[in-house]
Design a protein around this ligand. Structure first.
Ligand code: MRU
Length: 345
C-alpha cells in the first residue's frame, strides 16, 4: 500500500477521511487540491505530510510554467500557502524546504528543467521515506519482547507515511520477526485515527489488536495488561520534548505512573533542532465542530462550545527513548538527538 504517489503530473493519495469504509484515491492536479487534502486530513501523519509538501511544490511549478517570467515567485508563493495548511508537523515544512532549496539552487536553469527536478526530488523523498521507516522498524523491534501488550495512540502506520510507518512500523517489524503481540489501539478522539486507521492497518497485517477509548488506558495499565507504549511524533524539540496527537501526553503520564516504557518512533526529519523546548512548538487548533460531532452526527447540545487542540506536548522526562533511522536516542536528548540529526546530513 502506498499512501501518496504520482502518475505524470497528477498526485494521488489515499483519501483517509473515507477509511475504513472505502479505499479510494484522491487526485490532485493543482497545489490547491493538495492544500485542501492536507487541511481536511485526507492525507495526514508527519512523514506523509513531508512528502506531500515536496509534491505540492512540484504541482506549483507545473501550474506556474506558462508564465515563465513569474515562475520562481509563483512557486515560492504557493509553497508558503502549502506550508500554512498545518503548522505542527515540522515534516511538512521540511519537505517544502527541500523543494525550495532545489529551486534556490537552480539559477540559470529554465523553468521546465526546474519543474522536472522538483518531480524527481519528490519521488526520491517518497522512496527514501519507505526505507527510513523500515530502518526505524528494525531499530525499534528489539525493544519489544515476545508476548508484549503494546499501547499505541493515533495512526503511525503506512497511512501516516508513504508506506510501512514509524511506531506501527516497529510493531509490524516485531510481528514479522515472529513475536506474539497484542496491540491496544487508542481510538484517538476526536478524529479517530486509532479506531478508523490503525485498526484497519493492523487488521490487514493480521496483527492482533483491541480498540479502546482513550480514557481506558489507565485502567488497563493498572491491571497489568499493558507492557509498553509506543507512539509517533509530529515535531521533536532539541531537548526531547515531543509534539504528537492530542492525548499522547496523558498516555505518557499514565505510563510513568505505572512504570512502563514510553517510546517515540520518528524519522530525523521530525527533529527540529531550531527550537529548544516543546513550548515553542505551534499547536494546531482545529474546528470545535470536530469535537461536537461524530461521523457527521451532532453529539453536544446546540450552542455548546468546545476546544480542539490537535496535538499536545510530552515532556522529554517522560520519554524512555526515541527510535530513529539511526538508532535509539536516549537521555540526555540534547546530545543524542543532535547526533542523530548529524548522521542524517
Ligand atoms: O493530525 P494527524 O493525524 O496528522 O496527527 C498524526 C500524529 O499525531 C502521528 O502520531 C504523527 O504524525 C506521527 S505519524 C508517523
Amino acid at each position: 500500500m502506498r499512501t501518496i504517489f504520482r502518475e505524470g503530473a497528477v498526485v494521488k493519495l489515499i483519501d483517509q477521511t473515507r477509511l475504513p469504509g472505502e479505499l479510494v484515491l484522491f487526485e490532485c492536479t493543482r497545489a490547491v487540491d493538495l492544500a485542501e487534502a492536507i487541511t481536511s486530513m485526507r492525507i495526514r501523519g508527519a512523514p506523509a505530510l513531508g512528502v506531500a509538501g515536496a509534491y505540492g511544490v512540484a504541482l506549483a511549478a507545473e501550474e506556474a510554467l506558462p508564465v515563465v517570467s513569474a515562475f520562481l515567485a509563483s512557486v515560492r508563493a504557493t509553497a508558503e500557502l502549502l506550508r500554512a495548511t498545518r503548522p505542527t508537523a515540522v515534516n511538512l515544512g521540511w519537505g517544502i524546504d527541500q523543494a525550495l532549496d532545489l529551486v534556490g539552487g537552480s539559477d540559470g536553469h529554465d523553468a521546465v528543467t526546474i519543474r522536472e527536478k522538483l518531480w524527481a526530488l519528490a519521488d526520491r523523498l517518497a522512496e527514501a521515506d519507505i526505507e527510513i521507516n523500515q530502518r526505524i522498524g528494525v531499530n525499534g523491534a528489539g525493544l519489544i519482547p515476545d508476548g508484549a501488550n503494546i499501547l499505541t495512540h493515533c495512526n503511525t502506520g503506512a497511512l501516516a507515511a508513504v508506506d510501512w510507518g514509524t511506531a506501527l512500523g516497529v510493531i509490524r517489524r516485531a510481528a514479522g520477526e515472529g513475536k506474539r503481540l497484542q496491540v491496544f489501539v487508542d481510538e484517538t478522539r476526536p478524529f479517530l485515527q486509532g479506531s478508523r486507521l490503525t485498526a484497519w492497518e493492523l487488521q490487514q497485517a493480521g496483527i492482533p489488536y483491541t480498540v479502546i477509548t482513550d480514557s481506558m488506558a489507565g485502567h488497563f495499565m493498572a491491571r497489568g495488561e499493558i507492557d509498553l507504549c509506543i507512539v509517533g511524533a509530529d515535531r521533536i524539540a532539541a531537548c526531547g520534548d515531543v509534539a504528537n496527537k492530542i492525548g499522547t501526553y496523558s498516555v505518557a503520564v499514565l505510563a510513568q505512573a505505572h512504570r512502563l516504557p514510553f517510546y517515540v518512533a520518528a524519522p530525523t526529519s521530525t527533529i527540529d533542532l531550531r527550537i529548544e523546548t516543546g513550548a515553542e512548538i505551534p499547536i494546531e487548533e482545529r474546528s470545535p465542530d470536530e469535537v461536537l460531532s461524530l461521523a457527521g452526527v451532532r453529539i453536544a447540545p446546540a450552542g455548546a462550545s468546545a476546544r480542539h487542540p490537535a496535538f499536545d506536548i510530552t515532556p522529554a522526562r517522560l520519554v524512555t527513548g526515541i527510535i530513529t533511522e539511526f538508532g535509539i536516542a536516549r537521555p540526555p536528548y540534547e546530545e543524542s538527538l543532535a547526533a542523530a540529526v548529524a548522521s542524517a546530513r
